[in-house]
Design a protein around this ligand. Structure first.
Ligand SMILES: [Zn+2]
Length: 204
């Protein structure tokens, strides 16, 4: 028997989250490049991001040429490499942060395990030409159903919420966190033994 899906949130009807979705405009252009294996993962948070920020761009690919939108302004990559600007540290200096923030015209976020995001970087060398952003003081993850061994890695949804809060002062992250909490509650109700059983997540 085929599984029934909600036509609004596209999730299985038994997991419909429509009652918890409060969409808002994405405050700056964001492109998520999702590794194809991550797209098949039942606990991916990207479907929730798609509901909460409908104008977010999502591409599922392991290898792609540099998107044309890169020509529209200064795009940054959220990735903690050795040169990355730590936005939590920068934000403590209001003037310096205001200046840096003004240079961020768009953000690319890689979605997958650490291993897969490293692979995305390797297979898409154009990504390595982008300036990089990272963060160091994100709140601990509330995504109790999928954590890395140290429990410190944030889900992609939480990473996006944290970064957008810094980059766009008017942005409200609460609807994203509430949606994630509703998803976690669903998983806990339906499969309590599955908590914390997955592979480590990408952390930015
Ligand atoms: Zn629904």
């Amino acid at each position: 028997m085929s599984r029934a899906y909600c036509c609004a949130c596209q999730l299985p009807q038994v997991a419909c989250l429509c009652a918890h979705v409060y969409p808002q405009p994405c405050p700056l252009p964001v492109l998520i490049i999702q590794h194809p294996l991550e797209a098949k993962h039942a606990k991916s948070t990207v479907p929730l991001l798609r509901l909460a920020l409908p104008d977010l761009d999502i591409v599922v690919a392991e290898q792609l040429s540099a998107p044309k939108i890169l020509a529209t302004g200064q795009w940054w990559l959220l990735y903690p490499d050795a040169h990355a600007l730590d936005l939590d540290t920068l934000a403590q200096d209001a003037k310096a942060w205001q200046h840096t923030r003004a240079t961020i015209g768009g953000l690319i976020i890689l979605d997958g395990t650490w291993r897969k995001t490293r692979l995305l970087l390797h297979l898409n060398p154009w990504l390595r030409h982008l300036p990089t952003l990272s963060f160091s003081q994100a709140p601990s993850s509330g995504y109790a159903i999928r954590k890395g061994p140290g429990g410190q890695a944030l889900s992609t949804l939480e990473s996006v919420a944290h970064v957008l809060q810094h980059l766009a002062p008017g942005f409200c992250a609460a609807p994203l966190h509430d949606l994630l909490a509703a998803r976690v509650a669903q998983f806990k109700t339906r499969a309590p033994s599955s908590a914390c059983s997955d592979q480590p997540r990408r952390k930015s």
